[in-house]
Design a protein. Sequence first.
Length: 279
Amino acid sequence: MHESVPHRGEPIPVTTTRPYYVPVGNEEQVFTAAYRQGLSIVLKGPTGCGKTRFVEAMAHDLGRPLVTVSCHDDLTTADLVGRFLLRGGETEWVDGPLTRAVREGAICYLDEVVEARQDTTVVLHPLADHRRQLPIERLGVTLDAAPGFGLVMSYNPGYQSVLKDLKDSTRQRMIAIEFGFPTPDIEEKIVANEAGIAPDRAAELVRLGQAIRRLETGGLREVASTRVLIAAGRLIAEGLDTRDAARAAIAGPLTDDSTVTRGLMEMIEVYLADQQAGE
Ligand SMILES: Nc1ncnc2c1ncn2[C@@H]1O[C@H](COP(=O)(O)OP(=O)(O)OP(=O)(O)O)[C@@H](O)[C@H]1O
Ligand SMILES: [Mg+2]
């Protein structure tokens, strides 16, 4: 399991510089209001649209440490809450990331929460509602969340099947914020900043990305995200030709299908000028 939690004993740090995040709508206001009211938050949106970066920026703005847990179907309640481990012949309780966040009043971000099984996520229910409590069965205690604790979850509605859908009882306890891709002017700014390329090169990549998003092909599992446009920009920043960068960072990752690949290559030819870096 990936966790961004430091070792025991060290407090979880708060970021000192604001992670770069450009708001796309009113998401910062909604998040802040929900957090201040102690309401849990669910971020919905496709991959690479800025959900993780947004939570990092909000945790910074609210002055709270952030604990991130990437969920997957092997995740157990013990992975979240904690377990007894053998240390020097003695068993010792070690808090899981959720418990640490509850004790320290951190924002706990459960990334791709639908990947986790429902018997794992059931532990979130009393935390997600007005009780704000975490029962730890193995210890026979129930912790009240420290002030400042916040529960944030994300999921990509495109991926999961109906079966894996969140339970209604969980959903109705949350404030939802929907993410889409930014408008072209905002996305250009993001791509230029993140990749360190000139605004006009970023604008070209964004135009290509927009065109790919308009395609109605069934061949693409996901459309071109801000993330892949940034990756192409990074290759350009390294001196690669724009089209080569787009082929490697956009067309390649999006599909393995040769017909779809050919279509994407044609779009790259049309949308991207045949320029060498630095021209
Ligand atoms: N509004 C934004 N402001 C600043 N950067 C952004 C924004 N949206 C996207 N990005 C950039 O796009 C990259 C991908 O975003 P992020 O990792 O937050 O996506 P995500 O929605 O969490 O994706 P996934 O569902 O795959 O985890 C970020 O590293 C960041 O560079
Ligand atoms: Mg993410």
